[in-house]
Design a protein around this ligand. Sequence first.
Ligand SMILES: C[S@@+](CC[C@H](N)C(=O)[O-])C[C@H]1O[C@@H](n2cnc3c(N)ncnc32)[C@H](O)[C@@H]1O
Length: 217
Amino acid sequence: MSSCCMCAGRCEPANKFFSKIAKHYARRFRRSGLGKEQRLLLEGIRRDSVQGKRVLDIGCGVGALHLSLLKEGAAHATGVDAAEGMVKKAQLLSEEFGVAEKTNYINGDFVEYAEQLHDAEITMLDKVVCCYEDVETLVKKSTEKTAAVYALTHPKESLFVKTLFKSHIALAALFRWKFHPFWHDWQKMREMIVGEGFTCVYDNSTMSWRVLVYKRV
Ligand SMILES: C[S@@+](CC[C@H](N)C(=O)[O-])C[C@H]1O[C@@H](n2cnc3c(N)ncnc32)[C@H](O)[C@@H]1O
């Protein structure tokens, strides 16, 4: 694992918040496997073979998605996460899955590390774009790294989900919580992905998440 030196600023609240709850993510994955939105994301990605592909998992958490793809024949996965606790759990799980030699992990802000990373055929951002303030730079730098498939989930634009997010953001401001999620202009973000040279090939949703898979055209 590369050590984190880039989280001292923008990602430090996410580092603290997600490191604390990493053990819950790992326990849930061990007990119940993938979440519904993750199963849908993989369904969209698998429309093309994943055999031999290189995967970049940004905001990888405990690694559920890329560990699944490695089990299915992907060649290599790089997991990047701002939270040290998440990266440590992902490393442990990669050993349990017997795929540790096909992984490498970076603990830090992807935006800061992007130049140092190899391109990938499959890039994933699962429930990450709502955890980062500068979503435009995150999307720009991650699409640049993507040779073929760009897969992400973002909060669904329903009144229910929007109210939930906005309430969380308001409470965070009131009580001065260090970490809070972000509600971005999701349509603008989707247009940006298309503007970077991608077309949407899979569009699905759960109650809370929009699940999108794009292919480079
Ligand atoms: C809601 S969690 C989702 C984790 C995982 N993708 C999953 O679905 O289980 C969001 C994760 O994104 C990470 N994250 C947010 N912004 C990031 C960035 N710019 N670079 C790296 N990781 C980031 C956070 O540390 C956190 O672990």
